[in-house]
Design a protein around this ligand. Structure first.
Ligand code: HEC
Length: 117
């Protein structure tokens, strides 16, 4: 009986040491960071599914005439202009308004602006 009590106390002591040395805090912060990083780019998945075939996964375009978003191509244009180009299409680029909702296009646009380095 006394043995078990001591083991429990040892465990508590180890836990308390781990807490005060910040191990648990680090773990918690790491978990929270993963969550917020994922939430930061809702347009990323949509971009990779629909746009990356031409514009490239990281904005380094694959299609010769497609703007390189990684270099900031076309990103000097306003959101309204870019939104219209995506929705209605532009020359070789097909229109997306029947494939994506306005909300989805807006989310992708936010993501596209993060590709410029
Ligand atoms: C079939 C290849 C292709 C796909 C798929 C494609 N694009 Fe494009 N995109 C182009 C080309 C080519 C241009 C350049 C058009 C031009 O200026 O003649 C372009 C231009 C653009 C521009 C600049 C428009 C402007 O006003 O200058 C944006 C923004 C853009 N694309 C976003 C997207 C997004 C977002 C998607 C996915 C929903 C997408 N593109 C999918 C080929 C594509």
């Amino acid at each position: 009986m006394r043995m078990r009590k001591n083991t429990m106390l040892d465990l508590l002591r180890i836990l308390r040491t781990a807490c005060s040395s910040g191990v648990l805090v680090c773990l918690l912060v790491a978990v929270l960071n993963v969550g917020s990083a994922r939430a930061a780019a809702p347009g990323q998945e949509l971009f990779e599914m629909n746009c990356a075939v031409c514009h490239g996964k990281d904005g380094v375009s694959i299609l010769p005439n497609a703007p390189h978003f990684a270099k900031g191509d076309r990103l000097e244009k306003t959101d309204d202009l870019l939104f219209a180009s995506i929705a209605d299409g532009l020359n070789v680029m097909p229109p997306w308004k029947n494939v994506l909702s306005e909300e989805q296009i807006s989310e992708i646009l936010v993501y596209v602006r993060t590709l410029a380095k």
